[in-house]
Write a protein that binds this ligand. Structure first.
Ligand code: DNO
Length: 350
């Protein structure tokens, strides 16, 4: 495994030189964050990113993510054109020598939380999801005042997207994902790139939008849609682990998918259920409901050799109440998580 760390590019408040000092971290996971979603990437631009990372003594181990345009997920008439651009980006990544591309197939919103700074008992802050607070988001949607994390779309665009997705059933989402993979996987194969779909986070439908990549079974279904070693997954313990039904089975699920050779990237972090329903908070890596030791053991036993990152961290120490810190992506707790994961890996792989 290659212990890696997400870096949001030159505007990330966490510099590469700090990442380089985390014991065992050799890789960086990044993207061309300044290219507008839907535009084709060039090999030159990916190469420049790679050189920047390598100049800091690190390896660009994975691209996270190339955004999949809504038109592809919706199956609109212009999807061929959108698909050509997405495939051109994959070719650019391959030409620049980066081996893995992470992406997701979530409609409209990527990961969703209702609170980015929920206090934990130890005085740190973490990302949290409280279902009762979603109604505030829905009310904001009905009016014009959208919360910050929704600002990728204007209120009108959002209403149009919601109306379009209302016509798309979960089975149609699967068809659209199949259509996408039939085109993307051959390009990935030819480019020397492995595709790694990220699960929906949290793993259930939100705001009535169809979300289908929600479990280990769904991961196997994705792999079966186009059965190629280039068609794999990002095993994210925090996303799947938000579902109390799935938590106890994550080590076994990781082992099965890794043995099938389809885990191309791992996001390892922890969550804790709040109460009896679907509410949860993120936690320190050793602290939550997910048996991360079991997941690491399963990956190590299956010979997992892809990039692995600590994913999110809490805001701790001087990062609390600090507006310049990107919630979930400060330096300190992710570095602690990386060190914890490295210790688990050493214990289970020696
Ligand atoms: C959140 C991340 C996601 C992930 C995308 C992958 O922190 O895990 O934003 O990058 O869903 O496409």
């Amino acid at each position: 495994m290659h212990l890696s760390f997400r870096w949001y590019g030159p505007s990330d408040p966490v510099p590469l030189s700090d990442i380089r000092q985390i014991p065992g971290v050799t890789g960086v996971v990044s993207a061309l964050h300044d290219v507008p979603p839907g535009e084709a990437w060039t090999a030159d631009a990916v190469h420049t990113l790679r050189q920047r990372v390598e100049a800091a003594g690190l390896t660009l181990s994975c691209i996270e993510s190339i955004p999949v345009p809504e038109g592809i997920k919706l199956g609109t008439d212009d999807r061929e054109r959108l698909m050509d651009r997405w495939c051109a980006s994959v070719e650019a990544v391959g030409a620049a020598g980066v081996p893995v591309v992470c992406y997701n197939f979530m409609p409209v919103f990527d990961w969703t939380r209702t609170n980015l700074r929920r206090p934990l008992a130890d005085g740190s802050e973490a990302l949290a999801y409280v279902e009762g607070e979603l109604s505030a988001v829905e009310e904001a949607l009905a009016g014009d005042g959208l919360p910050g994390w929704m600002d990728a779309h204007s209120p009108d665009q959002l209403r149009a997207l919601f109306a379009a997705y209302a016509e798309v059933s979960p089975e149609q989402m699967w068809d659209h994902l199949g259509w996408f993979l039939e085109r993307a996987v051959p390009v990935a194969e030819a480019s020397g790139v492995k595709l790694a779909i990220h699960p929906d986070d949290p793993p259930w439908p939100l705001f009535g939008l169809p979300r289908v990549v929600t479990s280990a079974e769904a991961f196997h279904r994705v792999c079966d849609l186009v059965d190629s070693p280039a068609n794999g997954v990002t095993f994210c313990t925090g996303s799947l682990g938000a579902d109390p039904q799935q938590v106890p089975h994550l080590p076994e699920a990781a082992g099965r998918l890794a043995t099938r050779g389809r885990i191309h990237f791992a996001h390892l972090r922890n969550v804790r259920q709040l109460g009896e329903g679907r509410d949860f908070t993120e936690t320190a890596h050793p602290d939550g409901d997910v048996d991360l030791g079991g997941v690491v053991r399963a990956l190590a036993e299956a010979g997992f050799d892809g990039p692995l990152r600590p994913d999110h961290g809490r805001q701790i120490w001087s990062e609390r109440d600090n507006p310049s810190v990107r919630p979930g992506y400060g330096l300190f707790d992710r570095a602690l998580g990386a060190t914890y994961l490295l210790g688990l890996w050493e214990a289970h792989s020696r």
